[in-house]
Write a protein that binds this ligand. Structure first.
Ligand SMILES: Cc1ncc(COP(=O)(O)O)c(C=O)c1O
Length: 388
């Protein structure tokens, strides 16, 4: 599959984004976000799963303008830190619409969140549960279990979640400690392209709910986490396919109606952004080398963290006609040997490409700007500009 799209009619770049890039010619590298696409994606998620409450995962892109846009859309927010709590509140979110979803947190951060009005938390361990009981008395809690799901595009490994058996025990204990038990939650891993990926987790959550009911603890909600995919080089199934599989699994594994919660990040913001970059250098490693090395003014440390292991293969766009083209290895601008973006994923770029040309990275609104380092090798963090 070719990674090159020419500028004419390339999908993934809204008319507004293209006009902004053409008219404003911003300094590179920069991320340009179309807030209208964010609204469209949010509404598409709401339409696909109208029975679910949406908690936007702020980590995907914490730009204040974006958070404010989602506040106006009526979104709730999944946050990972006290900094994200302050950010959401400053943009007008109600504390009741914030969930502190990171199971790894300090006791004093729980106390801070509670002091700011946050009443929904996720835990996955005995220690965090004890801290919640002490510093967030009466709060609503989910227990995250480690789901047995097929690997996703950017897997989490085993860092989060306890065994389903332990989740059942800890949720029972949460009720004893005076916390308001919501139920179980899980995350299938980010960029999950298989709509059936949630099924095993929903079945496990159903078993936890039945176990809780036997001890007289009702389940209020099921938190399905994030993981809803965006189309990068390879198209992904529509959100409605994920919604259909989720709905069928909930009906099969829950005896009584349960409120659903989702925490999408990528699916809300990825396709709303384009990163404009500039080619710094095009070279070959030997006269016989078939591959050109294309060095961009953005790399692993200035926003393209998700190209680690080449997990995310973005679509690229240049102003040149797509053909003639040749194979390329794409790398960042720093003096760091790991700052190579794609060397195993086959990419081709136009043979006419020269230093100074632009390469646009499409669908780059999620997990980019917020990952860029403060000043590695003296390169500044990736700025974000807004349209819409
Ligand atoms: C707890 C939690 N919820 C939601 C998300 C968002 O996931 P995604 O962007 O894949 O939808 C993440 C991502 O790391 C997460 O850790």
């Amino acid at each position: 599959m070719l990674a090159v799209l020419d500028s004419v009619g390339s999908p993934g770049l809204s008319t507004r984004l293209r006009a902004f890039l053409d008219d404003r010619a911003p300094e590179t590298p920069c991320l340009v976000l179309d807030l209208e696409v964010v609204r469209t994606n949010y509404r598409a998620m709401r339409a696909a799963l109208p029975e679910a409450t949406i908690f936007y995962a702020v980590k995907a892109n914490p730009a204040p303008e974006l958070v404010r846009t989602l506040v106006h859309e009526g979104s709730s927010f999944d946050v990972a830190s006290t900094g994200e709590i302050d950010l959401c509140l400053a943009q007008g979110a109600d504390p009741s619409a914030i969930s502190y979803g990171n199971p790894i947190k300090k006791a004093r951060d729980i106390a801070y969140a509670y002091g700011r009005g946050v009443r929904r938390f996720t835990f996955d361990s005995e220690g965090d549960l004890a801290n919640l009981a002490e510093h967030a008395p009466g709060a609503r809690v989910w227990c995250r279990f480690l789901v047995d799901a097929p690997a996703s595009g950017t897997p989490f490994g085993a860092k989060f979640g306890c065994s389903p058996e332990m989740a059942l025990r800890l949720l029972g204990k949460a009720a004893d400690l005076g916390l308001a038990v919501d139920g179980a939650c899980f995350h299938v891993g980010s960029q999950h392209t298989d709509p059936a990926a949630w099924t095993a987790g929903i079945a496990q959550a159903g078993r936890i709910a039945r176990g809780l009911a036997e001890s007289g603890v009702p389940t209020r909600s099921l938190n399905l986490g994030g993981g809803f995919p965006a189309s990068y080089r390879d198209p992904v199934p529509p959100l409605t396919a994920h919604a259909g599989a989720i709905r069928a699994a909930v009906a099969a594994h829950f005896d009584s109606p349960v409120e659903l919660v989702v925490e999408p990040g990528r699916a809300i913001v990825a396709t709303a952004g384009v990163i404009r970059t500039e080619v710094v250098l095009v070279s070959r490693k030997s006269d016989a080398d078939e591959h050109r090395w294309v060095y961009l003014d953005i790399g692993r440390y200035s926003g393209l963290a998700e190209t680690e292991n080449e997990y995310i293969a973005y679509r690229l766009r240049t102003a040149h006609p797509a053909e003639p083209s040749g194979p390329v290895i794409i790398a960042g601008p720093t003096c760091d040997g790991d700052d190579v973006i794609y060397q195993n994923t086959p990419y081709r770029l136009p043979t006419a490409l020269r230093a100074g040309d632009h390469v646009d990275i499409l669908d780059a609104g999620a997990y980019t700007a917020s990952y860029s380092s403060v000043s590695f090798n003296g390169f500044p963090p990736l700025p974000t500009l807004f349209v819409g």
